[in-house]
Design a protein around this ligand. Structure first.
Ligand code: GLN
Length: 279
């Protein structure tokens, strides 16, 4: 079988169930199997595939067909122009989350103390540290499994280290920060249950934010004043429909300078508030 034939077969097997990007998915899976790039594949469409490459490719295609995100098959996801390792222990980094990183970087200066709460794969903390190496960055997650993925990414991508905490939200994170940034679980419980019933493979622990999806965000807003330096910012990614409720909660806890940023689809996706302090 040639590369062209394999891509065509893969595309036709993925397309009926996942019609959005079947050709791209097949190319990415095959490039990963061959340890190559999509550009190189497309330049060698007539080359033959070995039996073992063909089997590995068909295995990847059947996983994709069964609903696995491509990133769980290739174990790679690009985020902020960096290459992250991912597997089922963490959420796959989303392009929308790059807006959260960009917004946070707007507040971060050399020497800023930054915490990424619910870090998962580490994409936010690592992208920030990579872009602003002079910032002091720490990261926390409740899941030891997620922290193992985090460390693998930090070791691969960064030369400097990031301090990690295994912590239920802010409970076991010592010290104060200038910036706390978080992409916490914010889907509703019923959205997460539906995804689980549809065999969606991402960890529910990283998605389920309770009845209205706001359990963790509300907790963090209430707890963060004890962990923010005066004038420090708290930033979240959240669902567009949650922005008004989050803004009210920020106001209730005396944050100001509240800003909202839109995602790539033009929907409100990132919200930040400044904590001036108790005095
Ligand atoms: N944005 C993710 C999704 O739509 C959810 C991420 C999260 O809950 N933090 O699947």
């Amino acid at each position: 079988m040639t590369i062209r034939e394999a891509i065509n077969i893969g595309t036709s097997q993925i397309a009926p169930r996942w019609p959005e990007t079947p050709y791209l998915d097949a190319c990415v899976i095959l490039a990963s199997v061959l340890g190559s790039t999509r550009a190189k594949l497309l330049a060698s469409l007539s080359d033959p595939l070995s039996q073992s490459a063909c089997e590995a490719f068909m295995q990847g295609v059947s996983e994709r067909r069964a609903g696995s995100p491509v990133a769980y098959i290739t174990h790679h996801q690009e985020f902020y122009a960096l290459d992250f390792y991912v597997d089922k222990r963490v959420l796959v980094p989303r392009a929308d989350t790059e807006i959260l990183v960009e917004t946070a970087l707007g507040f971060i200066k050399p020497g800023s103390r930054v915490l990424d709460l619910c870090t998962g794969s580490g994409c936010i903390a690592i992208a920030i540290k990579h872009t602003e190496p002079e910032a002091w960055v720490e990261a926390s997650d409740i899941s030891e499994d997620a922290l193992a993925v985090f460390r693998r990414n930090a070791d691969e991508i960064l030369s400097g280290q990031i301090v990690t905490h295994k912590s239920d939200l802010l409970n076991s994170v010592p010290g104060k920060f200038d910036i706390i940034v978080s992409n916490p679980p914010y889907l509703t419980h019923s959205e997460t249950s539906k995804m689980k019933n549809d065999n969606w493979p991402e960890p529910p622990l990283a998605l389920d934010g309770g009845a209205d999806g706001l359990d963790f965000i509300q907790c963090i807003i209430a707890a963060a004043p004890d962990h923010l330096n005066s004038g420090g910012y708290l930033l979240f990614e959240a669902d567009p429909a949650q922005m008004e409720a989050i803004k009210l909660k920020f106001e209730k806890y005396k944050y100001n300078d509240i800003i909202i940023r839109k995602d790539l689809a033009g929907r409100d996706r990132v919200i930040a508030g400044c904590y001036i302090g108790k005095d």
